[in-house]
Design a protein around this ligand. Structure first.
Ligand code: NAP
Length: 258
């Protein structure tokens, strides 16, 4: 990846950088020599990360503490970074909501939509425009393996991830002659705060992020790990959608997850 900084630098903006997959994106991008803008709500966690990265790689790192569910947040982020060239957007911040839809809190489901759909849409709009003007760049949406099938008990979450997957696929085509690569990263269970209570074998964020960055510009939909690639092939070619949804529903109903 010797040309990575040239193609996707000099700055990368990572949302959800205070923990998990976003934290790992920040670390791997810093190792590739990109300056960083870290965005999430927990300022202290990001300041700690920024301090370590500045010292290890001699980079510029800006921390912007922001709640991305706020209606004006993405516009504020666009304005706050208007003085620098952002060549890579990692649309990664996300949240889940478990339970049968009508048994959950509607305000949580609305926040989920704002964070998992509206914010990535607006950031892709603002930063995609800026990248197209320079004729290069990249956008990664952290979608999920859940994007591929209707998933009972995490229905709105899976639907929000399908939104990101479809948006990324469409944007990849639209941006292909404007020098901007777009990727939907679709991980399965990964060891982060989000899956702290999940009793299943999990991938490491380093594996997930490593595969995403290696494949940026080469593959639009990235499903990290052999197990999840196989699962995806089975869902697509062997099981019917109805059967796959039923299997997910039965497994979440039994409380295997959560
Ligand atoms: N872990 C998995 O198994 C898995 C699998 C597939 C896809 N994903 C996706 O991966 C992405 C990252 O999740 P993760 O697994 O790394 O979980 P995580 O450790 O819980 O990270 C979530 C990140 O999103 C940020 N965030 C949450 N609400 C926010 C808000 N209102 N405004 C701004 N930032 C907010 C959090 O920071 P603050 O709390 O500091 O705001 C945190 O940095 C998500 O989009 C998730 O859907 C995860």
């Amino acid at each position: 990846m010797k040309d990575f900084k040239q193609t996707y630098g000099p700055w990368a903006l990572v949302t959800g950088a205070s923990s998990g997959i976003g934290y790992e994106f920040a670390q791997q991008l810093a190792a590739l020599g990109l300056n960083l803008i870290l965005v999430a709500r927990r300022e202290e966690a990001m300041e700690g990360l920024a301090k370590g990265l500045r010292a290890a790689y001699n980079l510029e790192v800006r921390v912007i503490a922001l709640d991305l569910t706020e209606p004006e947040a993405c516009e504020q982020l666009n304005e706050a970074t208007s003085d620098i060239k952002v060549g890579l957007l990692i649309n990664n911040a996300g949240m889940g909501a478990q339970g049968a839809l009508i048994d959950t809190s509607l305000s949580r489901q609305r926040r989920l939509l704002a964070l998992n759909c509206r914010a990535p849409l607006e950031l892709a709009y603002f930063f995609g425009k800026r990248m197209a003007e320079v004729g290069k760049g990249g956008i990664i949406f952290t979608s999920s393996i859940s994007a591929f099938i209707g998933s009972p008990y995490i229905g709105n979450y899976a639907a929000s991830k399908a939104y990101e997957l479809y948006l990324a696929e469409a944007m990849q085509f639209e941006m292909r002659n404007r020098g901007v690569a777009v990727q939907a990263l679709c991980p399965g269970f990964t060891r982060t705060e989000m899956t702290a209570k999940v009793r299943a074998k999990k991938m490491e964020p380093s594996e997930v992020v490593g595969e995403s960055l290696r494949k940026l510009g080469k593959k639009t939909i990235v499903v990290p790990g052999a197990k999840y690639k196989l699962m995806n092939v089975l869902v697509k070619w062997v099981f019917s959608r109805k059967r796959a949804t039923r299997m997910i529903g039965k497994s979440l109903e039994k409380g295997k997850v959560g």
